[in-house]
Design a protein around this ligand. Structure first.
Ligand SMILES: [Zn+2]
Ligand SMILES: [Zn+2]
Length: 388
């Protein structure tokens, strides 16, 4: 048990590749440079086929095994995009683009999958087909869905699909996975409370939206505490409030935004319904026009039980079972790999990034020491799932 020996020969190159992506981060679907670097690396590795432009800027590489043909196939997925955050890591390879940085480690996910793809293309000691998937727009743009809508699973028919995300705070060389819902659905709410503006000294001549907003925010807190089953998990957060310009003027309208997170499709629908009732009812009670726009962004990410167990086995073969947590607690963060797991059996595993700053923090950096572990995990998983 340890990282695989082949990684050592590639490590310097993979670290340089990762740091290059880190220096030139790109947002959402605008990952042209990153996708080009990936395409070049896959072509140089001599893999069978490289297809770009799937879901706008996604890339898929096809690697066929030496033995077979059993017809089996699996997909391995990485994400490419960065975040609109101004980097404060202080590392020499920090972002050269003000206000954009790789604060979620997608540069590292990409480098690890490139490393695995190169090794698989060179050795081909498996039976079947491996698809390496590089998706854009994980950070709020539903890039996984865009690739699916562009025929990902029809053009590259795969039996199973797997993801890997780094996890700060978990030791390098450790892995964590769980079956069932492991990350939350992510929904966006927008509320507009329209009253009637006027002079602050004559509230009887106006319809003040401010106390209505206060009542509404209080009431929305009770959806989780009084409506949702206490044994289920949910979050309703109001995160912005905008309205009013002067101390002596009653504003015409207030706008609120927020987010809803749950691990359960029924709870998700229940909260959407209660939000609609509460916003409309409170608006009616106070005599204002209250409008809720509820947008479903990402579904909950649900690891399939069998595949979660299989990823745990692959990680144990690399890191030792004492370093693989198989009942990792769920989180109410979101992850658009959820869309792929709605279509194909599979699972996402988390790999320790060590004691780094948290994800989406300006001081975060992907830990290059994780590269050998992630590469070894991928190639071990392929060997186990597509054993000749
Ligand atoms: Zn992220
Ligand atoms: Zn991420």
């Amino acid at each position: 048990m340890a990282v695989e020996r082949w990684v050592a020969d590639q490590l310097d190159e993979l670290v340089a590749f990762r740091r290059d992506l880190h220096t030139y981060p790109e947002l959402l679907y605008d990952v042209e440079r990153t996708a080009r670097r990936i395409t070049e690396a896959l072509r140089a590795a001599g893999i069978d086929e490289v297809v770009s432009g799937i879901g706008r800027t996604g890339v898929v590489g096809v690697i066929r095994g030496r033995s077979g043909p059993s017809g089996r196939s699996i997909g391995l997925r990485a994400d490419m995009d960065a975040l609109p955050i101004h980097e404060a890591s202080g590392v020499p390879w920090a972002s050269s683009r003000p206000g954009i940085m790789h604060a979620c480690g997608h540069d590292g996910h990409t480098a690890m999958l490139i490393g695995a793809a190169r090794h698989l293309a060179r050795t081909r000691e498996f039976d079947g087909t491996v698809y390496v998937i590089f998706q854009p727009a994980e950070e709020g743009g539903a890039g996984a869905k865009a690739m699916i809508d562009d025929g990902l699973f029809e053009r590259f028919p795969m039996d199973e699909v797997y993801g890997l995300h780094n996890r700060p705070g978990l030791a390098v060389g450790s892995f964590a996975v769980a079956s069932g819902p492991v990350m939350a659905s992510v929904d966006e709410i927008y509320i507009r409370v329209e009253g009637k503006g006027g002079h602050a000294a004559y509230p009887h001549n106006a319809v003040d939206p401010i106390p209505v907003t206060a009542a509404m925010i209080q009431a929305l807190q009770t959806i989780v505490s009084r409506n949702v089953d206490p044994l289920k998990s949910a979050v309703v957060s109001i995160t912005t409030i905008h309205g009013g310009d002067a101390f002596n003027v009653i504003p015409q309208a207030i706008e609120l935004t927020g987010t809803v997170r749950t691990l359960d499709a029924e709870v998700r629908s229940q909260i959407e319904e209660r939000l609609n009732e509460a916003v409309a009812g409170i608006g009616l009670a106070f005599g204002v026009t209250a409008l809720l726009t509820y947008t479903r962004c990402y579904p909950a990410m649900v690891n399939h039980a069998l595949n979660a167990a299989l990823t745990g086995e692959a990680a144990s073969a690399v890191a030792g079972s004492s370093n693989v947590m198989t009942n990792s607690p769920a989180s109410l963060g979101g992850e658009d790999f959820a869309f792929m797991l709605e279509r194909r059996p599979g699972a996402m595993i988390f790999a320790g990034n060590g004691p780094s700053a948290g994800l989406h923090h300006p001081a975060y950096d992907f830990n290059d020491e994780l590269i050998p572990w992630g590469c070894s995990y991928w190639t071990t998983l392929v060997r186990q799932r597509l054993s000749p």
